[in-house]
Ligand binder design. Structure first.
Ligand code: SAM
Length: 312
């Protein structure tokens, strides 16, 4: 993670002079979600392989936001809990934790009621669980959200799960003099997590232009913007990098971006949760991983106002 300030110096120079230096990244693939034992439990299966469970939800609303309209006898729920736990060895405590969280998201708070009221049919919840433990579908896609900073960010297949590493970006930009009234761009906004968090800190006149080329990202970012009520501060625009920002050229106090940076040849080696399930569009940084970052550097000089910042 880095923040650079640019005045009259050509903005791309600090990168282009050191083309072989891999920049310190905002985001790395998630720390392994699967322990060695969980890996043993679920040997890698090619993404296009036989696993049928855990396919994307038809309902993209995060589980905890769905109405609890599915009554189920407490005994059936208890039986599911036992079946689900039996799939996971004690040596994979994170999966046992995920089971508790899944049930917490899926049920109303009065969990000892009989019948219990669930936010999805029990067989659907079971399929979600199988998708997680067998198909290595990330837990965040299973429940449709990720806890990030003080927010609960909606996510789904097709949009990158925001990582803890990016949380610090918001504190970084908050420290910039005049931050609150500035215009910022979050390029490749994904779920919109950064844009929303920045917008919540802005004062009068402050604005975030959040761009992404992906349809799903744009849709999910809009949902998160609405959920946090920052429509007046965040403008989502669809398109490639600076393309949708022609009208604010030279007016931005800062550009924030966490572009895809994994070298194409490294993609097959990613842990299954990332490589099989997260969008290639959000991961693939081209031959050396720097393709998008260098493109962004080239556009900065015309996008930023003098003294503007690039946070990446
Ligand atoms: C590593 S993800 C970062 C997502 C989000 N900013 C975050 O930190 O969670 C990179 C994002 O860049 C987007 N992206 C890829 N190519 C793009 C392009 N040509 N123009 C705009 N966005 C692009 C992807 O769709 C993805 O959302």
């Amino acid at each position: 993670m880095a923040m650079l300030s640019f005045s009259s110096r050509p903005v791309a120079s600090s990168f282009l002079l050191r083309p072989n230096r891999r920049p310190h990244r905002l985001l790395l693939p998630t720390k392994p979600l699967a322990t060695a034992s969980a890996s043993a439990l679920t040997p890698p299966v090619p993404r296009d392989g036989p696993i049928a469970t855990g396919s994307p939800d038809a309902d993209a609303t995060p589980l905890f936001l769905r109405p609890a309209t599915h009554p189920v006898p407490a005994s059936a729920l208890a039986a599911f809990r036992r079946r689900a736990a039996a799939l996971v060895p004690p040596s994979a405590p994170h999966l046992h934790r995920h089971l508790r969280w899944l049930l917490a998201d899926a049920s109303t708070t009065s969990s000892d009621s009989d019948p219990a009221l669930l936010r999805a049919p029990l067989d659907h919840i079971e399929a979600l669980w199988l998708g997680h433990v067998r198909a290595r579908r990330p837990f965040q896609y299973v429940v449709g959200n990720e806890h990030w900073r003080d927010m609960v960010v909606a996510v789904r297949e097709g949009v990158l799960i925001p990582r803890p590493e990016t949380e610090a970006v918001v504190d970084m930009v908050k420290g910039v003099e005049g931050f609150g009234g500035g215009w910022w761009a979050d390029l490749g906004t994904g779920s919109g997590a950064i844009a929303v968090a920045v917008a919540r800190e802005l004062g009068d006149g402050g604005r975030v232009f959040a761009t992404d080329v992906s349809d799903v990202a744009v849709e999910v970012a809009r949902l998160n913007v609405e959920r946090y009520g920052v429509q007046d501060k965040v403008e989502i625009r669809q398109g490639s990098w600076f393309e949708p920002l022609q009208d604010v050229k030279g007016k931005l106090m800062g550009v924030i971006s966490n572009p895809p940076y994994i070298p194409t040849e490294d993609l097959p080696g990613l842990q299954p949760e990332v490589g099989w399930h997260e969008p290639k569009l959000a991961l693939d940084g081209g031959r050396d991983g720097l393709e998008h970052l260098l493109h962004l550097c080239e556009g900065l000089s015309s996008a930023l106002k003098s003294g503007g910042f690039f946070v990446f």
